[in-house]
Every structure is written in C-alpha cells, then in structure tokens.
Design a protein around this ligand. Sequence first.
Ligand SMILES: Cc1ncc(COP(=O)(O)O)c(C=O)c1O
Length: 449
Amino acid sequence: MSNILKAALDREIERYVAENPKSRAIQERAERSLPGGDSRNSIWWAPFPTYVTRGEGSRLHDVDGHARVDLINNMTTLILGHSHPAVVKAVTEQAARGLSFPAPSELVVRWGEIIVDRIPSIDKVRFVNSGTEGTLNAIRAARAFTGKDKIGKFEGGYHGAHDDVAVSVDPPITKAGEARAPTPVADYLGVPRKSPAETIVMPYNDLEASAAIIERHKSDLAAVIVEPVIGRLGMVPADVEFLKGLRDLTQRLGIVLIFDEVIALRVARGGAQERFGVIPDMTAMGKIIGGGMPVGGFGGRADIMELFNPKSGPKVKHAGTFNGNPMTAAAGVATLEALTPAVYQRLEQLGESVRKKLSALIKERETPMGVTGIASLFSLQFTSETIRDYRSVQSNDKTFQRLMFIGLLNEGFALSPSCAGNVSAAINEKDIDAFVAAVGRVMERAGYG
Ligand SMILES: Cc1ncc(COP(=O)(O)O)c(C=O)c1O
C-alpha cells in the first residue's frame, strides 16, 4: 500500500506545483530574506505554502486565483469566518480613533467583563498578545502563588513557544521512554537543559499513571497545565473523569490547575470548563478572544490574580506595550458579542455534521482512517486506532496524511498540515457536503475507491 500512497502523493504534489506558480515564485523570493522563506513554522509546508491575498467569509483567496474553503480559520481563531461585518466595523472605527495608546481605554474593560462573565474559573483576567504569553503568565502566577518551581504537562500537548512548555510536544518515540512514565524531551535546540528537568511529563487521559507522577513530585510542583481538548493530537477531548481526577488531586495537594483553553474555548460559550463541568484555578486563552487580531489572555481565582494588582506592589510584574491594546480589544469585543448561544448551537451542528459525514465515508470505503473532535473542531486521523494520547497518534500514516492535505488543497479546501480542521459560522451545509466529497476523491486517488 505505501508504494501506491507514495506514487499518489507525488502526483498530488506535481499538480500542486503546476497550479500554484505565483506562490512558488513568492516563496523563492521569501527565501532570500526569511529562513526557508518562513516566519511561522505552523503555516509552512513542503514544497511551499500558498500565499494568501484575502479572506472573505468562508473563503481564502490566494495569489494564483484559487478560492479555497477555509476549514482551518487561522488555526481555530476566526470562529466567525473572515471579515465579519461587525468585526471589520469595530476595527475600522477604532483605527480611525487610534491604534494604541499609553493609557487604557474603556473597551478593554468591556472585554474583561465579557470574559469574567462567561468563563467560570475567571474572577479576574489580564490580556496579552499571544497564547504563548497566556500560558507563560499563568505558569508564572502559579509559581509565585505556591512558591514552587516545577510544572507538569502532558505528552503531545502544545502550550506555545516558551521554554517551560517546549518539552515533549512531539518527542521521537525512541527518546520518549515508557508510555505511562514518559521521559521529558526538549523539543528543539535552544531549549535550556533545565526545561526537561523542571517540567514533568504525563500521559494524557491516563489518570492513574498521571496521579502517580504528580504524587511523586508533589512537593516541587507549582502547576499542572492541561488542554481539556488537546489540539495537536487531533482536537481530542479529554475524558471528563480524567479532568475531574486531576482537579481533585491538584486541589488536595495545593497545586495550581491550569486549563490551556487557547483552542478549547471554542467548544462552549464558557469554554471546555463549562462544557465538562470541571473548573481549574487558572485559564490561559488566545485565538477567538481577539477576533483575528494578535491576542492572549490569562485569568483565574481572585487570590491568585491579586499577585498582579499594581496597588499592592505588584508581587508579579506584568507589562507589555500592546497588552489590552484598543485594536485587539475592538475585534475581541465585536467577536465575543456576536458569539451568541444561537451561534454556538449552529457551530455545534455543523461540527457534528462534518464528523458524522466523514465517519460514514470512511466506513463505506473501508479506509484505515478515523475522525476525532468535538463541537466545531475536527481532525482526520490516518489510522483505525482509537486516539486518546500521544502514543496512539503515532499510528497515523504520515504519507497518507500529507497526501490528503495536499490533495485537499488541490480540491479547494484548506486544513492544517496534520489535517485538523474546524468550522466557522461562515460555513454552511453545502460547503460540508462539498468537502466530504473532496475527501472521497482524494481517497480514491490514494487507492480507496
Ligand atoms: C493549546 C495552545 N496553547 C497555546 C498556543 C500558543 O498560542 P500562540 O500561537 O498565540 O502563541 C497554541 C497555539 O496554537 C495552542 O494551540
């Protein structure tokens, strides 16, 4: 089979190269000023990425004149789709009033009120400019609050690009140790040796093994950080009992539980914590709360967030030229206000529909594939194994995955390079049917007719 897949992949790439000459030319130019022509690894792929000219509703237009259905929405950010009228209006009006100020604006207060009102764990919130800064500050707060240094994370979990969490995101299996007691592995050169020494790694969705690791390190552990829906493994929701077990254990041991809801916030108006009924001490956010502008946030229990109160010190300093800037606040408020319960219900139905239709297709074609996801999030898996953790996701056939990704670009559909996707409110059932049909055609070209 793998020779058939390899030949099919070569044909998809040949077609992709032939149909995207302008993107290819820009990539060649980009390589003269940016390493590999790239400034963001997550949107680079071989042989070259497509260069986008504009987004409009559910469509992503590129320099070669393709208008693809956008099923990635800037890595889950654009929950309303591109250029939603309310967001465009808010940002345009704010731009005319001023881009950034050396003083707060009232918009940021409104933004904070919406977050505090919706997210159960958040008594107080602060805004930053990336999810990376969100998790970094939540972890720092936990360290300050507990007086301890170590943190615990889960194998395969991505929490941004800072040293503490650049550990065991995608470790080579040969270095990763036992499945139930993973060895912490630095993710790339430049991560200091202290990171894998100070960050303990646990198996996702395995409460018993994780609890044993937490107990062993309890006197040094400031925080456990976990995604209630783990993005990198294919938008896989945690078992509620797993999250509840982590909640009980960390509470008993005085360890701060941080939910990284940078992606998971999409699954309900109050985030995954509301949906699953498990309330952490701190929550890190990003993506949808900024409506498409650069954003991050962190918030949680009043007694922990008090560390940042400038009136009393502050105990933890936290500045940032663009924190809570009015442009991001404008886009964020407009987006969050447009996200009514009815919109969430629609996203839920569309997400359910895409997962059901893909599953039916996979079953009908007897293809070694699967579908994971929840609410508006989904991912194709290139294995028949049930995906619950980092080890099970290793069974994915990488050639098939790449073939599907490039094949779908050729068909006019944009997913992430790992074939994860999500629906925005700009999508409709017709787009979903067209997408599922396109997946079927790529399967056919891969030998699953
Ligand atoms: C779960 C999770 N946490 C944190 C981050 C980092 O966010 P940012 O890319 O805005 O720094 C990401 C980004 O994809 C993410 O998916």
